[in-house]
Write a protein that binds this ligand. Sequence first.
Ligand SMILES: Cc1cc2nc3c(=O)[nH]c(=O)nc-3n(C[C@H](O)[C@H](O)[C@H](O)COP(=O)(O)OP(=O)(O)OC[C@H]3O[C@@H](n4cnc5c(N)ncnc54)[C@H](O)[C@@H]3O)c2cc1C
Length: 323
Amino acid sequence: MKYSDLIIVGAGPVGLYAAYYAGMRGLTVKIIENFDEAGGQPLNLYPEKHIFDVAALPETDGVKLTKGLLEQLSNIDYELITGQQVLKIIKNQELFDLQTEKDVYKAKAVLLATGNGLLKPRKLGVEGEAEAVEKGRLAYFIKNLDDYAGKSVAVLGGGDSALDWALELESLASEVHLIHRRLQFRAHESTVEAVEKSSIVIHTPYTASGLTDNGLLISKVKENQTEELQVDKILVFYGFLTESTEIVPGLELTPRMQVLSGPAMRTNIPGLYAAGDVCDYEGKLPLISVGFGEAAVAVNDMTRQVNFEHDLRKGHSSSIFGK
Ligand SMILES: Cc1cc2nc3c(=O)[nH]c(=O)nc-3n(C[C@H](O)[C@H](O)[C@H](O)COP(=O)(O)OP(=O)(O)OC[C@H]3O[C@@H](n4cnc5c(N)ncnc54)[C@H](O)[C@@H]3O)c2cc1C
């Protein structure tokens, strides 16, 4: 039967670092992430905001942090499965079964690094939205830029994602409209300047109030003035929400629905660990640096508690990878 030593659920900063640490110790490791991309909250909720409190990185951001974690991970063998939500985790004697909508994965040990839960794009909230997504007229991410070539596009939002994508689309689409509910954008000053100098048609302060067969209805904020924008494609960049789900029957949770971690990040289920924002204990701090430490503690503990049936590496990274 094919199984991994360790499966990590969630590819936020803590899951990615845990995978590196486990690989360095010689465990076979898989990471399963619901989202299409690794990076968790820093990459998706605040990609350009500066982060100043990660050790040895005087200043970083969600994009740079994720890039660095993936670069570090490339030093070990691992498998990253994206676009699959872990729905249930059940322990069957020696192995855990992790069920996603597509497959069942098996592991000797599991680390929950699910943070504050699933990252879900904030919706527009208008009638016919789901149908427009199905038809490919409305999206919350750009997966393939070519889909927008020669098309008229409405970009909704006022942050960096909305403005960066509007600029990227400018040279490719037939026309780009940018709609934001405030007069001021929240993006970097230089990006705002670039948008103002571009051919992008700016509609502020406007909100989207409905979908039509040919495009989008936009309404001027606090005024009784609605107009139809005839566009082929609509892109919504309203940020993300997090949604918690219970995936492990019998797992002890705190009243705030976090996983109660005991010594060495163990949970009440032997072989199942939790690290990062998902876990709680007295003195817990939901910070990236703390999650990195918890990941190392959990992995080291499982090397002693779980019978992986093969040799593991011992010592500091400098002696494992050093010349
Ligand atoms: C605005 C903001 C600013 C912040 N600034 C700082 C800062 O300056 N410094 C700092 O240290 N911390 C900061 N934080 C906190 C920091 O982002 C978190 O501590 C950190 O992201 C926790 O990492 P994590 O890997 O535990 O969880 P997350 O980053 O939440 O990643 C969890 C991952 O698990 C995935 N997932 C969840 N459920 C499942 C499932 N069932 N199946 C598959 N995948 C799943 C999610 O999609 C996500 O990718 C900030 C947070 C916010 C919101």
